[in-house]
Design a protein around this ligand. Structure first.
Ligand code: IPE
Ligand code: IPE
Ligand code: MG
Length: 247
């Protein structure tokens, strides 16, 4: 696992199909400038825009962004409210442009906790872009990896209860089909900004064989160069998936 940004020494030749990003460090970025944390979140939206553009330009098929975790409700109510407002605002302001650029948008997470107004807005945005065949953009909001697995288990448990399924017939493949992103290519690369080396309840099931790239760069400073460094690091990884690579 790499924590530093290696200089770009060669052209990217092996672009990951699916990149997931833990966008961390907004609060510290703002604090360093003597500003309120929410200022960092606002600037973070620019990095989101930049990353989407970069993903489209580099032929990444799927980009999954961690925007709000199931644990982020623990934050002061003012910060949570500011994040919700920002989310509504960003959806409102960006969805037309995403549609124009052929992006398919999907929000993953436990949406039931959001206001009905926000839920409707999410639904409308997904409907508008559902037939686009360019970049697939997943935004994880009120998402938790444990929640994701649990909701999948509940679906299978209900099938067992109603005799649609026998316990002995439960396979990894069956559960895989009940968790978020099941219909997409596997997550190749997870990038975490902000210097922490942890997963913070992001995609747990889906990252069993993903590569990780950690950088100290704070999310509002995440730019094309940092993204490129992550892709270059990925291109140098040897993925074995438990097997051995024959020469
Ligand atoms: C990430 O930045 C954004 C969210 C989790 C919503 P943080 O708000 O966690 O910023 P730091 O990690 O405190 O600097
Ligand atoms: C992870 O960041 C969640 C998101 C980026 C949305 P946190 O700031 O919530 O994670 P911890 O608390 O440092 O583990
Ligand atoms: Mg953080």
């Amino acid at each position: 696992m790499s924590s530093n940004q290696s200089p770009i020494t060669h052209k990217i030749f092996c672009v990951p199909k699916h990149v997931a990003i833990i966008m961390d460090g907004n609060g510290r970025w703002a604090k360093r400038q003597g500003k309120m944390r929410v200022f960092g979140h606002k600037f973070g939206v620019k990095s989101v825009r930049r990353s989407i553009r970069f993903a489209v330009q580099h032929g990444i098929q799927v980009l999954t962004l961690y925007a709000f975790s199931s644990e982020n409700w623990k934050r002061p109510v003012q910060e949570v409210n500011a994040l919700m407002e920002l989310f509504v605002h960003a959806l409102d302001g960006e969805v037309k442009s995403l549609h124009k650029h052929n992006v398919r948008l999907k929000i993953i997470g436990d949406l039931a906790r959001f206001s009905s107004c926000l839920q409707n807005q999410i639904h409308r945005s997904e409907e508008l872009t559902k037939n686009n065949d360019g970049l697939i953009l997943n935004i994880a909001a009120n998402y938790g990896g444990r929640w994701d697995i649990m909701q999948g288990v509940k679906i299978l448990a209900t099938q067992v209860k109603t005799n649609v399924l026998q316990p002995e017939d439960i396979t990894e493949d069956l559960l895989s089909k009940q968790v978020c992103l099941y219909d997409l290519v596997p997550v190749d690369l997870v990038i975490r900004t902000g210097g922490e080396h942890r997963v913070s309840n992001f995609l747990l099931w889906q990252i069993a064989y993903s590569e990780f790239y950690f950088t100290d760069v704070l999310w509002p400073d995440f730019d094309e160069l940092t993204f490129e460094s992550a892709l270059n690091a990925f291109a140098q990884r040897e993925r074995r998936f438990g097997g051995i690579n024959t020469p």
